[in-house]
Design a protein around this ligand. Structure first.
Ligand code: AQP
Length: 331
């Protein structure tokens, strides 16, 4: 029996941050060991922000480099760019005809994005979750790893997939279950919203430790610690939550104790964090630099990934077209 399939995507909308790394990439690297894994750079989704074409082209490449440098292995996983597989757009239209407007009206990400880009509230922003449904359905995965921010979209995808199976009699699509990572919602440096490429609250995966420390200096901590001698509560401090991902148990205990007793100042707490983050980010940055020096190799990986993805996607589309009665099915 073949391996169970998984699929996930990531948007080329800016620099990768530690929220993407902890919430998605760490999980992808683990999943590729047990699953037939498809990972996709979703450039069609990025069009909702109307990026400059050159900026988009280089963001796609940079993102692919970041994914590879984080440990996604092209020998084990299929890494590809969404726009290189035309079937995504085809299935999106079919899924759109199965998605009630009312369901899309409930999507909170649309409301957030409309506030973020009030001058460009385009239809793509509204139908974004339907393209995401198509991205998933096309590969018929049983498991989809995402952060908490994508829960609502995943639920919508499952409902639409159920509706397709019910309407067209079938077993074309399995219902994908959500796979949560160890860090489903990494908060931004503001401590108020999730870390996000577009919110200017992120720690970049490729940043040096000096750059990270500079950002950490201004980051929100426990508001009770106004002065160096104030005692704090680590559980309410965003910086302490980052220690949870990057520091050892022993270090975390020391930080917690130092915060409660005020024997450790916020600056030293942040320095330790920056140092531990660097131990993770440094090797990733080096691998990324190496990949940047070999653009041909990255192109080859993406071309091979797209060829494999197209084959799987077309197998699905032949079944779909046949079921719904349009040209290009087996019948
Ligand atoms: N803060 C986060 N904590 C945990 N997981 C996160 N993810 C994103 N932010 C966090 C997960 O990363 C994967 C890829 O995300 P994406 O870039 O495709 O989508 P996004 O959620 O739109 O990411 P951003 O950074 O917030 O981008 P913008 O600002 O462009 O919208 C997903 O699995 C996501 O859950």
């Amino acid at each position: 029996m073949g391996m169970v399939r998984t699929l996930s995507g990531i948007q080329p909308t800016g620099n990768l941050h530690i929220g993407n790394y902890l919430g998605a990439l760490v999980n992808w690297v683990k999943l590729q060991e047990q699953y037939d894994a498809y990972f996709c750079v979703v450039d069609l989704h990025a069009l909702t922000q109307r990026p400059d074409p050159e900026v988009l082209r280089s963001a796609v490449r940079e993102l692919a480099i970041g994914v590879l440098a984080s440990g996604v292995d092209p020998e084990r996983s299929t890494l590809f760019v969404q726009s290189q597989v035309r079937q995504h757009a085809e299935l999106a239209w079919i899924m759109m005809c199965l998605t009630p407007l009312g369901d899309l009206n409930r999507m909170t990400q649309f409301k957030d994005k409309s506030t973020q880009q009030p001058e460009n509230i385009n239809a793509g922003l509204f139908t974004y979750p339907v393209l995401q449904t198509a991205d998933i359905a096309l590969y018929r995965p049983e498991a989809v790893p995402v952060g908490e921010d994508q829960d609502q979209h995943l639920e919508l995808a499952r409902e639409t997939i159920r509706r397709f199976n019910f309407t067209y009699g079938g077993d074309v699509f399995p219902e994908p279950k959500t796979v949560k990572s160890q860090a489903p919602r990494v908060m931004g440096l503001d401590g108020e919203s999730k870390m996000s490429k577009s919110k200017n609250n992120e720690i970049g995966l490729f940043e040096t430790d000096e750059e990270t420390m500079k950002k950490l200096r201004g980051a929100k901590t426990d508001p009770a610690r106004e002065r160096r001698t104030d005692k704090g509560t680590p559980e309410v401090c965003n910086i302490y939550s980052y220690h949870g991902f990057f520091s050892t148990k022993e270090q975390r205990d020391e930080v917690a104790e130092g915060c409660r007793s005020a024997s450790l100042g916020c600056v030293d707490c942040k320095k330790l964090l920056a140092q531990n983050m660097e131990a993770v980010k440094g090797p990733i940055r080096e691998r990324a630099a190496d990949l940047r020096s070999k653009p041909g190799q990255v192109d080859e990986i993406l071309a091979a990934g797209a060829a494999k993805a197209r084959k799987t996607a077309e197998e699905t589309m032949v079944m779909v077209r046949e079921r719904i009665g349009i040209a290009g099915g087996k019948a």
